[in-house]
Design a protein around this ligand. Sequence first.
Ligand SMILES: C[C@@]1(CC(=O)O)C2=NC(=C\c3[nH]c(c(CCC(=O)O)c3CC(=O)O)Cc3[nH]c(c(CC(=O)O)c3CCC(=O)O)/C=C3\N/C(=C\2)[C@@H](CCC(=O)O)[C@]3(C)CC(=O)O)/[C@H]1CCC(=O)O
Ligand SMILES: NC(=O)c1ccc[n+]([C@@H]2O[C@H](COP(=O)([O-])OP(=O)(O)OC[C@H]3O[C@@H](n4cnc5c(N)ncnc54)[C@H](O)[C@@H]3O)[C@@H](O)[C@H]2O)c1
Length: 202
Amino acid sequence: MTVSFNLNLKGKKILIIGGGRVATRKIKSLLAEQAIVRVISPIVTTSIRLWVEQGKINWLQRKWQHGDCSGAFLVIAATDNPEVNLQIAMDCNDFQLLCVIDQPEQSTISFPATLRRGRLTVSVATDGASPLFSRQLRDKIGLDLADDTADYLDFLHQLRRSVFNRISDIQERKWWNQEALRPEYHDRKKQAQLLSIFHSEE
Ligand SMILES: C[C@@]1(CC(=O)O)C2=NC(=C\c3[nH]c(c(CCC(=O)O)c3CC(=O)O)Cc3[nH]c(c(CC(=O)O)c3CCC(=O)O)/C=C3\N/C(=C\2)[C@@H](CCC(=O)O)[C@]3(C)CC(=O)O)/[C@H]1CCC(=O)O
Ligand SMILES: NC(=O)c1ccc[n+]([C@@H]2O[C@H](COP(=O)([O-])OP(=O)(O)OC[C@H]3O[C@@H](n4cnc5c(N)ncnc54)[C@H](O)[C@@H]3O)[C@@H](O)[C@H]2O)c1
């Protein structure tokens, strides 16, 4: 079994070995995170080439060599050669995060099926049982989300910060944060009214 975390990868070095279809999908989900991404692979997909040309990622056009993994915060072994992927795993130390795309038992992390709506992240995983089930459930949850989810979370965030700054009693803070979850606060005017209670006290 695994424990889920939300990783802040800003400024962290991520090494991806292999530049095929799976590597491309993993890079796509990492690109928004302001991480420093390097790919080592003799051949890469058109998407990866484009990201390289746009200066978004760095590419070493060659095969993986022993020692390449040193200094990376996260290593993704994504070649189509299981033997090479295993060697990469052996090359990593215990302090590096590692995802071996064809050998989950060698990995310390795996990628969930993910959906973002502003500040909301939905992540679905099955401990490797069925990535397709994860994807399907993620998409189902996405259909149930209201169109205003990102804006509504910005409102909840703003309210919670105001409550935190103005109110010291924890029960009272909880009351306001609970109040904001009522369906009527999906209305922009109602949101503004609630926020103004705190701003008028400034
Ligand atoms: C969710 C998603 C996220 C992402 O990749 O970002 C993801 N796999 C996705 C797609 C996908 N994966 C596979 C297929 C082909 C169909 C099939 O076989 O089912 C497709 C479909 C496709 O490619 O279209 C096959 C596959 N996957 C793994 C193995 C190795 C093994 O199980 O041993 C094999 C067999 C290879 C073989 O047989 O050769 C392993 C992993 N795949 C994971 C995640 C992790 C577990 C997640 C969980 O716990 O649910 C884990 C453990 C490690 C990891 O990769 O992090 C993404 C969908 C999200 C999206 O589409 O947005
Ligand atoms: N985890 C997942 O989500 C998932 C999904 C589907 C398949 N898989 C597994 O992942 C493997 C790779 O899938 P793919 O579709 O990305 O393959 P692919 O053939 O599209 O890409 C393989 C890449 O590895 C590179 N490569 C090969 N040997 C290398 C080396 N020694 N050093 C550096 N780079 C090297 C190739 O140049 C190529 O860019 C499959 O064989 C399958 O077992 C995993």
